[in-house]
Design a protein around this ligand. Structure first.
Ligand code: 4AD
Ligand code: MG
Length: 432
């Protein structure tokens, strides 16, 4: 007999097959039992009719508890009443792993309880849908960059440098030296761009940020492209094409997940239209001040209420260009005619999801960079390899980082970034 996965049921209508699954839910009457089966690819219904299977199998079915693992034998049938479209008429059940008093029941549970049981919470249909969207964004990322002539480069996780500032570093011992967990692979990606032209990375990054918000993780995954011989405007085009491609891929390939999450496809469709709007930092400050945000002055960084207001003024993701130099990292290219701003852009997602991309053109002048490294209190010896890049054929280049979890959160339309990664590391939470 053939073993299949639920998602493939449509190819086996009329056949008797075997499926390994867990019991997600069940209901029964005196003569018939309905088992909600889950195997990680999809959910569907198994039907056990007492008069067909006999007393023993029927009693077994009636007594199956939530999350019992079973091998089900039965015939695949069309089921026009269910959204999935197929069901299985069960003839045999073998219990593989028992389950008693499963802690997550169909009733509502508090967030702390669910987070403590994240290893089990992952089995729920909503979490399943979110992980499918995450998987599609990862798949589409490789497709986009491969199609556009980028090569994937893996920067190290253990590093001696701090590209995004020294306040939120995780420090560890590296034999008799100090090392940090990577905050960003950028500096290494710049070296790679000088070697290979167009490169991208995808890997975990770490920030010991004391922020407890619905957008911050301590460990998150970032996609960091870096492109030689490229200025900001061309980079913004790559960024908007990439994000629109991700949205389109989710629309094309995540039907089931979008249904489970109740995500409005028409809303997502708007994010596939190019170009995305652009607004300068200066104009963004003015827009906020005109609309009653008297807490913001030129020179301040935006908080999430500010980002949300700016985003709500547009109906696509929006780029905010050229922030004050004083609030950005040391490596950004100075503006050619203004002392006070750098050539950079953040992409702010719609619907209050905040910044999903941070990027910039990079400073390419050796003397300027050395000065900035010192001014930011960094040890120039630790950056001598990076400064080498400005000695041997330094060219205009630009890059950006897209936060995977913020993008998953946004496209899934969920409340909090903690559900966008299988095992979130949050302030004061490293378990499970
Ligand atoms: O803006 P950030 O800090 O930029 C960089 O790290 C650059 N070195 C990237 C580059 O140019 N190669 O981070 C980039 C993105 C943010 O826009 C956000 O989406 C995400 O990473 N991010 C976080 N996501 C979850 N939790 C956090 N604590 C995050 N910090 C940044
Ligand atoms: Mg940023």
């Amino acid at each position: 007999m053939k073993s299949i996965q639920i998602l493939d049921a449509k190819h086996h209508v009329g056949e008797t097959v075997q499926i390994g699954a867990w019991i997600a839910n069940k209901r029964s009457s005196g003569k018939i039992a309905f088992l909600q089966l889950r195997d990680g690819t999809a959910y569907f219904q198994g039907i056990v009719v007492k008069s067909e299977v006999g007393e023993d199998v029927f009693q077994l079915a009636k007594n199956l508890s939530q999350e019992t693992a079973v091998l089900i034998t039965g015939e695949i049938r069309e089921d026009s009443r269910s959204k999935f479209g197929y069901e299985i008429g069960i003839s045999g059940i073998e219990v593989v792993g028992e389950s008693h008093d499963y802690p997550i029941t169909p009733k509502e549970h508090g967030t702390d309880f669910l987070m403590d049981h994240r290893h089990l919470w992952l089995r729920s249909s909503k979490q399943h849908a979110i992980m499918q969207i995450r998987n599609e964004i990862i798949r589409a990322t490789y497709e986009f960059f491969n199609q556009n002539g980028f090569i994937k480069i893996d920067p190290p996780i253990l590093t001696g440098s701090a590209p995004e500032g020294t306040t939120d570093l995780f420090e560890t011992n590296y034999f008799d030296q100090k090392a940090y967990l990577s905050q960003s692979g950028q500096l290494y990606m710049e070296a790679a761009a000088m070697a290979f032209g167009k490169v991208f990375s995808f890997g975990p990054t770490f920030r010991a940020e004391k922020s407890k918000t619905r957008r911050h993780l301590i460990e998150f995954w970032m996609i960091e492209p870096e492109m030689a011989f490229m200025h900001q405007e061309e980079s913004l085009e790559v960024q908007e094409q990439y994000v629109a491609f991700l949205v389109q891929s989710v629309l094309d390939n995540c039907d089931y997940a979008l249904d489970v999450l109740g995500r409005d496809r028409e809303v997502l469709q708007k994010y596939t239209k190019l170009p995305f709007p652009r607004i300068s930092y200066d104009d963004a400050v003015e827009l906020l001040q005109k609309n009653g945000f008297d807490d913001i002055q030129w020179g301040d960084d935006f908080g999430s209420p500010h980002e949300t207001f700016i985003a709500n003024s547009f109906d696509q993701p929006v780029f905010i260009l050229n922030y004050p130099k004083a609030i950005k990292p040391f490596y950004m290219k100075p503006h050619p005619t203004r002392e006070d701003v750098v050539i950079c852009a953040d992409m702010i997602a719609p619907e209050g999801y905040g910044e999903i991309i941070g990027g910039s053109e990079r400073a390419i002048d050796h003397e300027y960079l050395l000065e900035q490294i010192k001014a930011h209190g960094l040890d120039e010896n630790e950056y001598s390899w990076y400064l080498d890049l400005r000695k041997y054929g330094s060219v205009p280049h630009t890059g950006f980082g897209l936060g995977l979890e913020r993008t998953v959160t946004w496209l899934s339309g969920i409340e909090h970034v903690r559900e966008s990664i299988p095992f979130p590391r949050l302030l004061n939470r490293i378990y499970p």
